[in-house]
Design a protein around this ligand. Structure first.
Ligand code: NAD
Length: 282
């Protein structure tokens, strides 16, 4: 049976591993410490318990234990030697991703496809770290992964059509559709949405309105399901700040400069939903 390596067991890695396992695929989920992996195990178990409540694009009604049994937890990249795909969901930092791709490229077999789950980092730049740029592709999953049916897929400069077809196939097995776009930092989704979220933080910093009022304008006036600050809390404010920094450095454009309030909240440990406090309390 096909085995998939999932690197990073945070918000996205847990969702990706759960979604794959629900689709009947074998998964090895990797993070840097056992503590992280224990947390991930607890999160996935809990999410599986409530999966019918939150909805799922891979509509498995199997017992949670059967699904959990498909996920193996590991702290070493050597468990990736026989996987067909790696889906990397580590921290949104160039240095972190750079070291991972340099390490896993010689471990994985030549046919293995690297799927980069990043908010903003260039797929072409990641491809250049490896000897398989034709098999490196961006897969920007939406959060929460098991509930979101569509994935923004990014073609790097050297990504081959065969690689795109294989990834579309895998996504099909996961019950997901793709929208294929070309590679520029932030792609479509985050190049636009991070301007919204950042400017919403500036509005709160300037005391124009409260977070609730900002979000209500988007929900009640524009008909969005979530406001920009609720979205930032869901993503994780640390990840939003990392992404804005990547966009700022990539485009050298001041429109992406990170709002000081966002930076201060992250420094204070207010990371949004995952830490229990962001623009809202959870
Ligand atoms: P997170 O902070 O919740 O989790 C990141 C995980 O990566 C942590 O568990 C960390 O320990 C692990 N990690 C760090 N270095 C590692 C290494 N060398 N090897 C293995 N694991 C390592 O972040 P997240 O929100 O899950 O985001 C992960 C990636 O997905 C980022 O690139 C982010 O931009 C992208 N993304 C996030 C969202 C979102 O809504 N949060 C949506 C789409 C894409």
């Amino acid at each position: 049976m096909m085995k998939i390596g999932v690197i990073g067991a945070g918000v996205m890695g847990c969702g990706v591993a759960q979604s794959l396992a629900q689709s009947g695929l074998q998964v090895v989920l990797i993070d840097i410490t056992e503590v992280r992996l224990d947390q991930a195990k607890a999160v996935i178990k809990n999410n599986l318990r409530f999966r019918t409540f939150f909805g799922s694009s891979s509509g498995s009604s199997e017992d949670s234990e059967v699904i959990m049994d498909r996920i193996r937890f590991s702290t070493t990249y050597h468990s990736l030697h026989d996987v067909s795909f790696v889906i990397e969901n580590a921290t949104e930092s160039w240095e972190v991703k750079e070291s991972i791709y340099k390490e896993i490229d010689p471990i994985c077999n030549d046919a293995c496809i690297f799927m980069v789950n990043t908010s903003c980092i260039s797929i072409t730049k990641i491809g250049a770290l490896t000897n398989r740029a034709d098999k490196v592709i961006g897969t920007h999953f939406m959060n929460p992964v098991p509930a979101k049916k569509t994935v923004e897929v990014i073609r790097g400069y050297h990504t081959s059509n065969e690689c795109i077809a294989s990834v579309e196939d895998l996504m099909g097995q996961m019950g997901k559709d793709i929208i294929l776009v070309n590679d520029y930092p932030g792609f479509v989704s985050n190049r636009i949405s991070h301007l919204f979220m950042n400017e919403a933080a500036f509005v709160v910093q300037d005391q124009v309105a409260s977070p609730q009022e900002v979000d209500d304008i988007f929900k009640k006036c524009y008909g969005h399901t979530m406001g920009p600050l609720e979205t930032a809390d869901l993503i994780g404010l640390d990840t939003v700040v990392h992404s804005l920094n990547v966009l700022y450095e990539s485009y050298q454009d001041s429109k992406f400069r990170c709002c000081p309030l966002l930076k201060k909240m992250v420094e204070a440990g207010l990371h949004g939903r995952k830490s229990g406090q962001g623009f809202y309390s959870y």
